[in-house]
Every structure is written in C-alpha cells, then in structure tokens.
Ligand binder design. Structure first.
Ligand SMILES: Nc1ncnc2c1ncn2[C@@H]1O[C@H](COP(=O)(O)OP(=O)(O)O)[C@@H](O)[C@H]1O
Ligand SMILES: [Mg+2]
Length: 269
C-alpha cells in the first residue's frame, strides 16, 4: 500500500467523523431570481484532520463554511457537527475570517476573551487560557496593546487565539491569510500547522492558494466553478511537521502542479 493510501485509510477508519455534510446544496433567493451557489455536496471530516478547500472566487466556499457554522441554512441536505444536525449558530466551532475583525476599542487580551464573555464561561479560568494562547502565537507582552498597535499578521494571530479560547474542537477558517504579504503568510502557515499539532483541533480552511493548501492539508478538496461541487480530493502524503523547506520537495511540487493543472484544464473544457 502506498503512503497515500495508508494515510487515507487511517483517517477514514480510525478517526471519528466530526463534520458530516450530506447532499447539501445552496441556492440564494434574490430579487433578481435564484443564484445557485452549491450543487449537492458530500464531505466527511474526521477528528483531528486538517482539510483545505480550494476553489475559484465565487464557487461557494464561504457559503459552505457559513452553513457549517450554522450562520446560513442549506437549501437541501443536512449538516451534522459532532453528531448534531445544525439548524442555527452553535458554539461548537471557532471561526477565523479573512480580516482579523478585532474590536478596535478593546485591548488584545479583551478581544481574545470575547467568546468567553458571550458564552458566560468562567473568566478567571479562561483568562489563563487566553494568555497561554497569546504566548503560543508569540504575542506575549502584547496583551494590553490595542489592535491598531499591531501588524496585520499579529492581528490575525489574535483572531486565531479568539477562535481557540473557548476550546472548540473544530476551527473553520475562511481565507485567513488572504490579506497578508507573502512572507508573513508563509510564517503563519508554519505557525498554524504547529498550533494544530499542539491542540489536535479539526480544521477546515479555505484558500485560493494552492501551495498554502498543500502545505497545510491532510487532504485538499478541489471545488468546481459556481455552482460549486467537489471536483477532486487529493490526500497530501508529506510527513509532519512540515517546514518551509517542503516547498522545494518534489512531492510538494508535483502535487501543486497537479492541482494547478486541474484548474487550467477545467477552464479550457
Ligand atoms: N447573500 C447572497 N445573496 C445572493 N447571492 C449570494 C449571496 N452570498 C453569496 N452569493 C453568491 O453565491 C456565490 C458563492 O458565493 P461565496 O460562497 O461567497 O463564494 P466564495 O467564497 O467561493 O468566493 C457567488 O456567486 C455569490 O455571488
Ligand atoms: Mg469567500
């Protein structure tokens, strides 16, 4: 059995499914008519898995993420998170958006504590956790700063801490590094991989960067153009931890080329 098959087998047999998407489709009803956004999808994501979705702009990636978070209802099908059918926003996930979306009048630590306040969790206990998380992402000493005193990369790290503070098992990330410069983005990719291996979270991340997808993922899901569907699934057979050197690994290069070709072929069809 190849390395690829071994990894695929171990994820599907050993780990518990935590996100189950069953025949989920979405059509937006607008004044100008229906906008079909997603064709029926089936996706299963297992405990501790890092799944990355790549697809062109407008293919329904954000729509998919919002439905998993319960912020949007599917037009068809069912989504289960930890075995529960999702019908409304729920606390079972942490979400990181493209921009950090910190509250400018709150200090770093107070921004991280937002979900704790909203959920009415014990402040003292979670304050320690928030401080540990800030330390983990290299922001020790910045707890009392305001967001505007931080660089874009630092702000995005704060938003990652905010998504993790209430200890959700699942983290959903929608193009979290899209607004960062290339070098900061590489550093954030290495850091996110480390956070995932330390915290054992299940992560679903959306990006339109193919190298980012291959660097981070256990599996890359490639979507078709709108209305989106899953076009292909690529397991990533690169061992972890992956350093930035992996970018020049022949396996990495071959896989990014294969996925890139997927998009160029689809455009010429
Ligand atoms: N609230 C909405 N009403 C109508 N159409 C929408 C709405 N939100 C998104 N869409 C449309 O659905 C499609 C998918 O959007 P989105 O999920 O944001 O794509 P992506 O995140 O992949 O760029 C797009 O064509 C977009 O214009
Ligand atoms: Mg989007």
């Amino acid at each position: 059995m190849s390395v690829t098959n071994l990894r695929a087998a171990s994820t599907s047999e050993a780990a518990r499914p935590v996100i189950e998407i069953r025949k989920v489709a979405k059509t937006y009803k607008t004044a100008d008519g229906d906008v079909p956004s997603l064709r029926p999808l089936d996706i299963t994501i297992h405990d501790g898995e890092f799944v990355v979705v790549v697809g062109q702009s407008g293919c329904g990636k954000t729509t998919l993420l919002k439905m998993i978070a319960g912020l949007l209802a599917p037009s068809e099908g069912e989504i289960r998170v930890e075995g529960h059918t999702i019908t409304k926003p729920h606390g079972g996930v942490g979400i990181v958006f493209q921009s950090a979306m910190l509250l400018p009048w709150r200090r770093v630590l107070d921004n991280v504590m937002m979900p704790v306040e909203v959920k009415g969790l014990p402040q003292a206990e979670y304050r320690e956790r928030a401080l540990d998380l800030l330390k983990m992402v290299g922001l020790e000493g910045f707890e009392k700063k305001y967001p505007w005193q931080l660089s874009g990369g630092m702000q995005q790290r704060v938003s990652i801490c905010r998504a993790l503070v209430h200890d959700p098992k699942i983290v959903l990330m929608d193009e979290p590094f899209g607004a960062l410069d290339a070098m900061t983005r590489e550093r954030m990719n290495v850091e996110l991989q480390r956070i995932q291996s330390e915290t054992k979270k299940t992560i679903l991340l959306i990006t339109h960067s193919i190298p980012e997808a291959v660097f981070l993922a256990d599996r890359v899901l490639v979507m078709t153009a709108r209305p989106g569907a899953i076009d292909a699934v690529y397991p990533v057979p690169l061992k972890r931890p992956r350093s930035i050197d992996v970018l020049s690994d022949p396996v990495f290069i071959a896989l990014t080329q294969k996925i890139r070709k997927h998009f160029s072929d689809a455009q010429t069809d």
